[in-house]
Design a protein around this ligand. Structure first.
Ligand code: GLU
Length: 305
């Protein structure tokens, strides 16, 4: 496995040249486009890592996996899926158009920004600090860390340049789809997107989902098997933005990407895979990361479907 991972990382890293780092959030534009790393954690807690697998980056959209698991766990399936759909759509992650056109104005799934904003609003804790505290805690135990932390400079950068997410949230409120304080909800959303992680840590998160909610490093039962299965299903159908269909065909692994450059994959009963490469394609997925996931799936025998 180590040899395969080293080879894949070495051969996929140069593909980063074909993409661009996200720059609509100024702090993300500072990432090194050449960084590239990958990690695998299997069901027994064994780990392999290669390249920049210990470099810190932000979860961005991958945080949607954590907030969904938390909301399902604490609010139950009915409450969450009454407010957010489960349908795959081929719109960009921050699209407003379809939200307005469809009635009821319910986000299509929890893996796009509008859906995640509604999911955050459903978290039962009182206030911003308690809500983000719960997300951070779940993130830490899912990925086998003592603590998870918000990268302050990215959070502030997101907070002050997020017209699009504000527009989504205020639209949702105007049609009665978002309860509670809209600015507080946005604040939790920006903070969770800015949680720092590494490819190694993310591979543990993927492995915990793969092991039906039991963290293979710590042995802790973190989320229920039903929640883990539901999150995996939504990753498979909606986790790679409008590239989800192609990714399912080409790679065949439930996965979630983020504009920070991470992709986490989860192979039920077997392993968690993670890659980090901040140079993105036009859909917001890591260019080298998608290529590496494809090779890991085929050459590592991780394909699920
Ligand atoms: N914080 C980012 C945003 O809301 C997350 C987007 C992403 O990773 O897709 O725009």
């Amino acid at each position: 496995m180590q040899q395969l991972l080293d080879q894949i990382v070495k051969e996929c890293a140069p593909l980063s040249e074909a993409g661009h780092v996200a720059d609509y959030i100024p702090e993300l534009a500072k990432a090194n486009p050449k960084s590239f790393g990958a990690a695998v954690t299997d069901k027994d807690g064994k780990q392999w890592a290669s390249g920049d697998a210990d470099e810190t980056f932000c979860l961005e959209s991958i945080a949607k996996v954590v907030s969904l698991a938390l909301a399902l766990q604490l609010r139950g399936f009915d409450d969450v899926f009454d407010r957010v759909g489960r349908s795959a759509i081929a719109d960009p992650f921050n699209s407003i158009m379809r939200l307005e056109m469809d009635s009821p104005h319910r986000p299509h799934n929890p893996m796009i920004n509008s859906g995640a904003i509604v999911v955050v609003s459903l978290l039962p804790q009182e206030g911003v600090e308690a809500k983000i505290g719960a997300v951070l805690e779940l993130c830490a135990v899912l990925s086998g860390q003592k603590i998870a932390e918000v990268v302050e400079r990215v959070y502030l950068s997101e907070k002050f340049t997020s017209d699009r997410n504000r527009a989504l949230a205020y639209f949702l409120r105007s049609v009665g789809s978002l309860e509670g304080d809209v600015e507080d909800t946005l604040d939790v959303y920006f903070r969770m997107c800015s949680i720092g992680t590494t490819a190694k840590q993310l591979s543990v998160l993927g492995a915990t989902l793969a092991c039906n909610g039991r963290n293979p490093l710590t042995g802790q039962d973190v989320i229920s098997p039903t929640v883990a299965r539901t999150v995996r299903a939504l990753m498979m159908t909606c986790g790679m933005y409008d590239g989800s269909g192609e990714f399912a065909v080409d790679v065949g692994i439930p996965a979630k990407s983020g504009v920070g450059g991470g992709i986490v994959g989860t192979v039920p009963g077997r392993a968690g895979l993670a890659v980090y490469g901040p140079s993105l394609d036009e859909r917001g997925n890591s260019v080298a990361g998608v290529a590496a996931m494809k090779r890991l799936s085929l050459e590592g025998g991780f394909r699920v479907i």
